[in-house]
Design a protein around this ligand. Structure first.
Ligand code: 5AD
Ligand code: SF4
Length: 439
């Protein structure tokens, strides 16, 4: 292996990028590349980028700036840019940054090895008809007992602020058979928890043996796989939570009691301007229906503050919705105008007002998160060990409710699913003791 070439990959943004990175690493592995965690040692650097907010995109150019001296010292170094910035900016990246050799959009990853072999400065941001996942090699270099599985990609919702429908393209679902095979393969390699991924995962409608299957049917089939203990899915749109998917949360013990269900705003006026196609009240009634079948479900959401036209009253409606729902955790962002999206044409809210609102919302969400964590103290939870903790004799994993849990368990092993009692809550995790001594 001394002549193996080294590949350094940096992944920005969402879990979909994490999954894509794994697949690109496999594809390059087939061409003799092994990964390194030091950019200085690399023969090729690949940046898998995110375009969702301005700050996320800017990171690419500051990282490329830092790669300049490395490329000067090592002229053969190949630099590739993948992901949603690659899709959105294409050849512009080659113009702006002379260190870049390759620009490859998310739908063209299966062509990356050919591009590397061809040499020269190349751009591929096509949306080819072939399915990249079929053409990329299967994942072999799995680490740990949890895995992501992309089941759907792209989005047809066109929320007024969002670049995803442009960078990831139209909604496409992968066929049921392939997903079941991939999931069985993961479980055979020791995976015990699978998170199904998609930009709009609950719009899943993949080809099954008898016509199109929805996400709930896929989940019900995956739940039958022997050895697979936990299922999750993300990210969902409220309008695609159909009756059977809600029912699945009551029926399937493998489906974990945690749901990321972004609402973005609590104001009907802003929801309309965002093209979300639901009201705050419809969202609240949906939450009630989900909690009716799974009362202990922990809900999470995304919020945008300072969307163009947002008034104090609109923002207050968001705070009211948050108080009404009671989230276990949530992400909140200041609106960031994205070129090419309809909302980017509208006059922005003053930055200091948006900053103040973000602080207020985050304070409320943090308080709710801490309350949800504290409510776990004294309760029994299941923890799937993912890695050793920072202290000796400690294991770290996630609970059913996706809380990070530190367990004092000197004989604990990665991949074990243990029962533990929660003793304390710290800012971002729980501390627990095992209920049964491990063998
Ligand atoms: N500005 C701020 N936040 C955004 N998001 C998507 N687009 C933007 C934008 N232009 C947020 C949404 C989405 C999450 C992934 O990122 O809340 O749910
Ligand atoms: Fe973007 Fe999500 Fe809206 Fe699709 S549903 S446009 S991915 S925010």
């Amino acid at each position: 292996m001394t002549d193996a070439k080294k590949l350094f990959v940096k992944t920005y943004g969402c879990q979909m990028n994490v999954y894509d990175t794994e697949r690109m690493v496999e594809a390059m592995g087939a061409k003799g590349y092994v990964t390194t965690d030091k950019a200085e040692d690399a023969d090729m650097v690949l940046l898998n980028t995110c375009h969702i907010r301005e700050k996320a995109s800017e990171k690419l150019y500051s990282d490329l700036g830092r790669l300049r001296s490395l490329k000067n010292a090592k002229p053969d170094l190949k630099v590739g840019v993948a992901g949603c910035v690659a899709q959105a900016e294409g050849a512009e990246i080659l113009r702006r940054s002379p260190v870049v050799d390759l620009v490859v959009g998310p739908q063209a990853y299966h062509r990356l090895p050919q591009m590397v072999e061809a040499g020269g400065r190349l751009v591929d941001t096509d949306f080819p008809v072939e399915d990249k996942f079929t053409l990329l090699p299967e994942r072999k270099s799995l680490r740990g007992p949890t895995a992501f599985l992309t089941v759907q990609e792209g989005c047809d919702k066109f929320c007024a602020f969002c670049v995803v429908p442009y960078t990831r393209g139209a909604e496409v679902s992968r066929p049921v058979g392939r997903l079941l095979d991939e999931a069985r393969g993961l479980v055979a390699q020791g995976v015990r928890e699978i998170t199904l991924l998609g930009q709009n995962v609950n719009a899943y409608h993949g080809e099954g043996p008898d016509g199109a299957w929805g996400l709930s049917r896929l989940l019900r089939e995956l739940a039958k796989i022997e050895g697979l203990a936990r299922l999750r899915y993300t990210t969902s749109h409220p309008n695609d939570m159909d009756d059977d998917l809600i029912a699945a949360h009551g029926d399937l013990p493998e489906l974990m009691p945690y749901l990321h269900l972004p609402v973005q705003s609590g104001s009907d006026r802003i929801l309309k301007a965002m093209n979300r196609k639901h009201t705050a009240d419809q969202y609240l009634r949906l939450v009630d229906r989900i909690r009716a079948v799974r009362p202990d479900i922990l809900l999470s959401s995304d919020f945008i503050v300072g969307f163009p036209g947002e008034t104090d009253a609109d923002f207050q409606a968001t705070l009211d919705l948050v108080k009404n729902v009671g989230y276990g955790q949530a992400f909140s962002f200041k609106y960031s105008a994205r070129p090419g999206t309809p909302a980017a044409e509208k006059p922005p809210v003053a930055a200091d007002i948006a900053d103040g609102r973000l602080q207020d919302l985050q304070a409320l969400l943090t308080a709710q998160q801490h309350a949800a964590q504290e409510a776990m103290i004294g309760r029994e939870v299941s923890v799937l060990y993912e890695k050793p903790g920072r202290m000796s004799g400690q294991m770290v994993g996630k609970s059913d409710h996706l809380h990070a849990v530190h367990v004092k368990d000197p004989s604990g092993r990665i991949g074990q699913l243990v029962r533990a009692r929660v003793l304390a809550s710290t800012s971002n995790s729980l501390a627990a003791e095992p209920l049964f001594a491990n063998e």
